[in-house]
Design a protein around this ligand. Structure first.
Ligand code: ADP
Ligand code: ASP
Ligand code: MG
Length: 817
């Protein structure tokens, strides 16, 4: 014997009912004896509740009843033979009339008792049972509807009645045994009290009906047919990467469903567990898929947890007081008070040192809970033994569940790291003593972000998603986006990383797409976007998305963007940038940014601030962190100046070399921006600060390459003329170098916390002598590298290498390692 339960979506459409017919036919063909349970058509229970409540408020809308009726009629018209349609429609009409009378009664009385409400919502299952029976009669044969309220007997706790198993099992057994040749279709969810009044088993209760039948009939399995591929690692509506679980223990399924996995109603587990009847959750829309088997033993998987579930609409009730909390008998009194009033406590945490108990309850019960506690402990509150109850609203709970957790160390560490790294504040924590579950209370707005972050952290065979918000699509930005596109496949296959570009802006437009802007088509998406660029808005939309593993990439040279970094860090979003402005303005700003990034535990990566893609910032960091002591840095960090001096030899004049460099695109529009040494100075400043020196731009000594007249020339044209006028000065340097068999180098030195940048003539022994083209070079003299310094050399400018450096920072974010 097998019990097949079909959920709301399984009976909601012609297509789904055709699958149901197929599933039942297959069982019959195999000669399996089956009993069927059905829910109301999806959405109908909610509609009935709405009609009942509207009636009680005197604003019942007849269209709702028409909607309810039509939903059933449409299905009959499509699936039942024309000749058989009329009797069913008449039977359904009778039920609708009864329902209408009831609603009218409520409208007149303006009163809706729990008892009446149960009666009204029972029409959902009554109608669906009738419908499914008639359909199965036509396609499978000999089906008969069973009004469960006459067989499943409960107390009178309307809304969520408690079943008298002994009586109910006997009734069920007798009925089923008396009809061996019938295909019985039980109404799920509904039951009846001893007086014959209709009760219900709690929302989602049809699953429970199926388990009761299975227990009564000693069935070999319960199949729960629904609209997803079984129980999944998380709610698939909230976590796109959720995947189905092959197997769960009753306890695991119980914990997951108790903490929100709606796919199965928690009480279902109890009758099945007692008789070790397996529950199999299957997908009506993909009936061949194996689904999830819930059984006694939990089969091991390679993950420390089985799944993550979540509940919203949660409130916390804090009871505090040094005079009572923690004392013998107090918690007993508190909990029984709430239990007596049927307030369901979802989670409890207690702190003895702080003399407080924190309870999580559903939001709609919190006012009542507060009132009850304040009333019960009125005298104690007056005597200041206890403080008035505090309530916190708009919360949610996420829970990680799995029996494996017990044997695995570091599970909670992983959970809290994922939450902390994403800036999610934990309001309360509970871990059951069984260690099957760790639950955390967080802000409701953070639920989706937390679920996804925690899912990524635990199920690490799946691609970990990095959500990128990029500003700047100039030379570097555009190259960076193209590199992302090219490398996408490789990262996914070899590193389990998925990079999703969620937000993109240039100075004119911005565009957002939670599913990822198309990297092949970002230009069009950006240009066609209706959103005008606006940094304030960009940052606020990025915040609003509230995505896990989020990074802001600044691919501009703008001085405005760095003003937002602090605020971005405070939203727990990392920053990767090639923009030097933030780190080279005042020391105070630099220090504040570093401190904020550390406080929020996120990354601030800027390798490309110095020497483009060359590993310079990271080498310095590694040297420092591994305990080496920096003695001296010598560097050439201006590609433009390198180029100029490497070509300033022989017959050629200085003015010609500069002009040539400009024509080749090596200089800024005004070459003095390079030749003034300011950009070089900024890089040295950043290195000095990273090396631990509290230093400002004014403290740097720069020897100018250019004579005063060149620096002061009013236009670029005048500047070139001034270079010609000063030719003698430049020639004298060149001649001196050549006569001494040296080369001209513009070298920055950091030593004893002081930076100097000056023109030097170096001979062939010097490591910087052989520098060619526009290369950068840096030598670190340290305690460990004293005899022969550590040297990094290579191209220190250009879009490809700079974008590559930004990209490397991105994949080096600690959140994805
Ligand atoms: P039925 O009407 O068949 O009883 P329900 O709507 O009650 O179906 O439950 C199925 C729904 O549960 C799924 O459509 C899915 O959105 C939701 N759900 C929530 N958490 C989970 C989970 N962990 N695994 C699978 N489904 C889940
Ligand atoms: N129809 C009921 C509900 O919507 C019972 C169920 O679907 O299991 O809650
Ligand atoms: Mg359900």
């Amino acid at each position: 014997m097998k019990i097949l339960k079909f959920g709301g979506t399984s009976v909601a459409s012609v297509q789904s009912l055709q699958s149901v017919i197929g599933i039942v036919q297959k069982e019959k063909a195999n000669n399996t004896s089956i009993v069927i349970v059905t829910s109301a058509i999806g959405g109908m229970t909610n509609l009935l509740i709405k009609m009942a409540e509207d009636s009680a408020h005197g604003n019942f809308d007849e269209n709702d009843l028409v909607k309810f009726q039509n939903k059933h009629f449409e299905i009959i018209k499509s699936l039942v033979e024309i000749t058989a349609q009329n009797p069913i429609i008449t039977q359904l009409k009778l039920l609708m009339n009864e329902l209408e009378d009831l609603l009218q009664g409520v409208t007149v009385l303006r009163e809706l008792s729990f008892q009446t409400k149960d009666l009204i919502i029972s029409y959902g299952e009554r109608c669906s049972t009738l419908l499914l029976t008639k359909i199965l009669n036509q396609y499978v044969g000999e089906a008969e509807a069973v009004n469960s309220s006459s067989y499943i007997i409960t107390d009178s706790y309307f809304g969520q009645a408690n079943v008298d198993e002994k009586v109910s099992f006997k009734n069920i057994k007798e009925l089923v045994e008396s009809k061996p040749n019938k295909l019985l279709v039980f109404a799920g969810f509904i039951a009846g009290n001893k007086e014959g009044r209709v009760t219900t088993l709690g929302r989602g209760g049809s699953d429970y009906t199926a388990a009761l039948l299975a227990a009564a009939l000693d069935a070999e399995a319960i199949e729960i047919w629904t609209d997803v591929n079984g129980m999944m690692t998380a709610d698939p509506r909230l976590v796109k990467k959720a995947f189905s679980l092959h197997n769960l223990s009753y306890t695991e399924a119980m914990e997951l469903s108790y903490f929100g996995a709606k796919v199965i109603y928690p009480p279902t587990m109890s009758p099945a567990f007692k008789r070790k009847i397996p529950i199999v959750i299957k997908n009506t829309f993909q009936s061949d898929f194996k689904g999830t088997r819930i059984q006694f033993e939990s089969e091991k998987t390679s993950y420390p947890i089985k799944g993550i579930s979540s509940i919203k609409d949660v409130s916390l009730v804090n009871v505090k007081g040094s005079g009572l909390v923690g004392k013998l008998g107090f918690s007993g009194r508190l909990f029984s008070l709430l239990a007596k009033q049927n307030i369901n406590i979802i989670l409890i945490t207690q702190s003895s040192s702080e003399h407080s108990i924190t309870l999580a309850v559903k939001h709609d019960e919190v006012d009542k809970a507060k009132e009850l506690i304040d009333e019960e402990f009125e005298l104690e509150i007056q005597a200041k033994l206890l403080e008035p109850v505090e309530v916190e609203n708009n919360l949610g709970i996420i829970a990680i569940v799995g029996e494996n957790m017990k044997q695995t160390v570091g599970v909670s560490g992983k959970l809290f790291y994922a939450l902390g790294r994403n800036g999610i504040n934990v309001r309360a924590i509970a871990q059951g003593s069984s260690e099957y579950n760790i639950s955390v209370v967080i802000k409701e707005d953070d639920l989706s972000k937390s679920l996804n972050a925690v899912h990524d952290a635990f199920f690490n065979h799946l691609n970990k998603t990095i959500h990128v918000f990029n500003v700047g699509v100039g030379n570097i930005g555009a190259t960076f986006l193209n590199q992302l596109e090219k490398q996408k496949e490789y990262l996914s296959q070899n590193n389990d990383i998925e990079i999703k570009l969620v937000g993109l802006s240039n100075s004119k437009k911005m565009v957002f797409n939670e599913h990822g802007v198309d990297l092949l088509n970002w230009k069009d998406e950006l240009n066609n976007s209706e959103l005008e660029a606006n940094l304030d808005e960009f940052i606020s939309i990025m915040d609003h998305f509230n995505l896990p593993n989020c990074v802001f990439v600044d691919n501009t040279a703008s001085s405005t963007l760095p003003k937002y970094y602090k605020q971005i860090f405070e939203s727990s979003i990392s920053v990767v940038t090639c923009n030097k402005i933030a780190n080279s303005s005042s020391y105070k700003e630099y220090a504040e940014l570093k401190q904020t990034a550390r406080k929020y535990g996120i990354d601030f990566l800027y390798e490309t601030n110095v020497g483009a893609g060359l590993p310079i910032v990271s080498v310095l960091k590694d040297l420092q962190m591994s305990g080496d002591r920096l003695l001296k840095i010598e560097a050439i960090l201006s590609g433009t100046i390198s180029y100029i001096f490497n070509h300033f030899k022989g017959e050629v004049t200085f003015a010609e070399v500069v002009k040539n460099a400009q024509e080749l695109g090596y200089t800024e529009p005004d070459p003095r921006d390079d030749l003034s040494g300011v950009d070089f100075m900024r890089k040295m400043l950043i290195l000095a600060r990273d090396a631990g020196y509290q230093i400002e731009a004014e403290d740097v000594t720069i020897d100018s390459i250019l004579p005063k007249s060149c620096l002061e020339a009013p236009s670029v044209e005048d500047f070139y003329q001034s270079l010609v006028d000063e030719n003698e000065y430049f020639e004298s340097i060149k001649l001196k170098a050549e006569s001494e068999q040296k080369v001209i180098r513009y070298i920055g030195v950091l030593e004893d916390g002081k930076i100097t940048i000056s023109l030097e003539l170096v001979d062939a022994q010097h490591p910087f002598y052989s520098l060619s083209g526009s290369d950068n070079i840096i030598s670190f003299t340290t305690e460990r590298y004293k005899e022969r310094p550590l040297v990094v050399k290579g191209p220190g400018a250009g879009a490809e290498v700079t974008a590559g450096g930004v990209f490397a920072d991105l994949v080096n974010l600690s959140s994805i390692r």
